[in-house]
Write a protein that binds this ligand. Structure first.
Ligand SMILES: Nc1ncnc2c1ncn2[C@@H]1O[C@H](COP(=O)(O)OP(=O)(O)OP(=O)(O)O)[C@@H](O)[C@H]1O
Ligand SMILES: [Mg+2]
Length: 278
């Protein structure tokens, strides 16, 4: 049995994270904790470093300074990609681009990694896949191919695919910002249910009302620093920083719908590293 102290330790802990791209200092001393079962949102202006923080948590980017711990793994010490792939088996990552395997049916998209990576039998993997598709209300599309689905449907399948690996936590990076407004709600409903079930989630989102509703803790970032953090009520109802107040004045009510990933060259050139290549 773990001691009480162990239970109280955060699942994710970032300390004094510094990361630059050349001369562009993007993270300038980030401290952030995520406890098991929490939903933690990171909000802030475009370019403030939100996606970079998520990429550090999952070992896609290495900071120049600071520490990253996920469970017992000291992520900043992992020297080889193979070690980081081990980490990504435990940390789900869902982002704007659904990145489903286009040549596989919806069901097979959910079956392949658990079979190849976790060693599940086909029967076991299919049973789990169907249960997860029911959970995201996509069981009727089990035999469809990703290209035959709407953006919102693909995103729900992508969430189910991440869950199929039974991750310790899931990172969501603006998963609704490329969707048609009418499909945003169905994806948010799935995420809301996950957080209610106690799945540990870190969300980067421009959906402020959603962040306020579902988050235990909210971090506001600007220019690579955490300006303030606190409970959702604290940050949205009583922000102490003028910067947070100014940001929220403009951001609330603006879902921040933007173009697809063509504006994020890092994502485009690293897509294969996000999902386990199987
Ligand atoms: N691979 C990269 N190479 C060089 N610069 C990068 C790279 N990735 C991000 N940046 C820069 O780092 C800064 C922070 O980017 P990041 O994507 O983390 O911001 P963000 O808060 O997620 O913004 P948005 O809300 O627009 O998604 C930006 O100035 C961006 O141009
Ligand atoms: Mg981003």
């Amino acid at each position: 049995m773990p001691s009480t102290e162990t239970v109280a330790e955060p699942l994710v802990s970032l300390r004094d994270l510094h990361l630059s791209f050349g001369s562009n200092a993007v993270l300038k001393g980030i401290d952030l904790d995520v406890h098991r079962g929490q939903a933690v949102s990171i909000i802030g202006p475009s370019g403030s470093g939100k996606s970079t923080i998520l990429r550090c948590i999952t070992g896609l980017l290495q900071p120049q300074r600071g520490t990253i711990r996920v469970g017992a793994t000291e992520v900043h010490t992992l020297a080889q990609e193979a070690q980081r792939i081990e980490l990504r088996k435990r940390v789900g990552f869902v982002f704007q681009q659904y990145n489903l395997f286009p040549h596989l049916s919806v069901l097979e998209n959910l079956v392949i990694a658990p079979r190849k990576v976790l060693g599940q039998s086909r029967i076991e993997a299919e049973k789990q896949a169907r249960a997860l598709l029911a959970k995201v209300r996509m069981e009727h599309k089990a035999n469809a191919f990703p290209g035959q689905l709407s953006g919102g449907q693909q995103q729900r399948v992508a969430i189910a695919r991440a869950l199929a690996m039974r991750p310790e936590l899931i990172l969501f990076d603006e998963v609704t910002s490329a969707l048609d407004p009418e499909t945003v709600g169905e994806v948010l409903t799935v995420i809301r249910e996950l957080t209610e079930e106690g799945m540990t989630c870190v969300l980067v989102t421009h959906e402020m009302r959603f962040a306020e509703e579902i988050s235990d803790i909210v971090y506001f970032t600007e220019n690579g620093v955490i300006v303030e953090h606190g409970s959702a009520a604290q940050i949205f109802q009583h922000p102490t920083s003028e910067r947070t107040q100014a940001f929220l004045r403009h951001a609330v009510g603006d879902p921040g719908r933007r173009l697809a990933i063509s504006n994020d060259p890092y994502l485009l050139s690293n897509l294969g590293r996000y999902s386990l290549s199987v």
